[in-house]
Design a protein around this ligand. Structure first.
Ligand code: PEP
Length: 281
């Protein structure tokens, strides 16, 4: 991934017709957790109307509490992939927590018959799940989106990315999603997007930012702009190559992380802000 300065290896890649590199830009807006078919449909319809070809859809949700909704798992995959095909979505980013999830995704994709791709997401709670990293690294079918560990050093998280690469999968994207700090932090996590240029200096991986999980709410500054929008612009100006963002057609009904979801009607403004920040970069 560039850390060992072997110039013959590149971390740039194209997957399902979409280019990923340190010089390119992609947006993955979507549902943190898949709940109903209707919500998947509304989300993907809005993405298509706004010329988006990538999304995030959570089927397997690792939760802090065992009593919290754990995701619909494989039962929602047919709906996700069928509707992705219907609305021209080329890549769905989806978190996995176990090897069996890769097989379930494989099976659902092959039954769907649409040319949708999947980017396997390894969440912050699994950044140092070395066996899962090795499994995701050994398979060559899907690229991997690796979240930074929220309580470990940057160096340790970058080494987690090396687990993927050293097993053979160099199609890796590194995602900043905020760090755990004291309880008095005004955001859900301490926003760490100042590390975008550091990662681009140390590695060749495209760098993604997740403003939703970093900020964790729809809090606004006195000028009426949501903190999620502010930090997204800051991350892009710092050189981020991608944005992962939670949206929901009815956040009050969301089963996971509703308070940080943007409304579907806010998608055009979000994309417009991104375009302005991209110009400023
Ligand atoms: C997510 O993106 O749905 C998620 C749970 O993120 P993280 O692993 O960063 O908490």
């Amino acid at each position: 991934l560039g850390r060992h300065k072997d110039e013959t290896r590149s971390s740039h890649f194209e997957y399902n017709g979409v280019l990923f590199s340190q010089n390119n830009f992609n947006v993955f807006a979507g549902l943190c957790a898949v709940d109903t078919r209707e919500h998947i449909d509304l989300m993907m319809r809005a993405l298509q109307a706004n010329q988006q070809v990538c999304t995030r859809m959570g089927a397997y949700k690792p939760r802090t509490s065992p009593y919290a909704f754990q995701g619909h798992g494989k039962s929602c995959l047919p709906d996700v992939f069928e509707l992705a095909g219907k609305y021209g979505i080329k890549i769905v980013a989806m978190e996995i927590t176990h090897e069996s999830h890769i097989h379930e995704i494989d099976e659902a994709l092959s039954n769907t018959g649409h040319p949708t791709g999947v980017m396997l997401q390894i969440g912050t709670r699994n950044t140092q799940n070395f066996e899962l990293l090795k499994i995701a690294g050994r398979q060559q079918k899907y690229p991997v989106l690796l979240k930074r560990g929220f309580g470990i050093t940057l160096e340790e998280s970058l080494n987690a990315a090396e687990y993927l690469a050293s097993e053979g999968n160099r199609r890796v994207i590194f995602c900043l999603r905020g760090m755990k700090t004291s309880a008095s932090d005004p955001h859900r996590n301490f926003v760490d997007f100042a590390h975008v240029p550091t990662i681009k200096r140390l590695t060749r991986m495209p760098v993604r930012i997740d403003p939703s999980h970093s900020v964790g709410s729809r809090a606004q500054s006195p000028d009426g702009i949501m903190d999620i929008m502010h930090v997204t612009a800051q991350g892009i100006i710092a050189g981020a190559n991608m944005v992962l963002a939670d949206f929901h057609p009815a956040p009050e009904k969301a089963l996971v992380d509703g308070p940080q979801a943007l409304l579907i009607k806010e998608l055009p403004r979000f994309l417009e802000d991104i375009a302005i920040a991209r110009e400023a970069y």
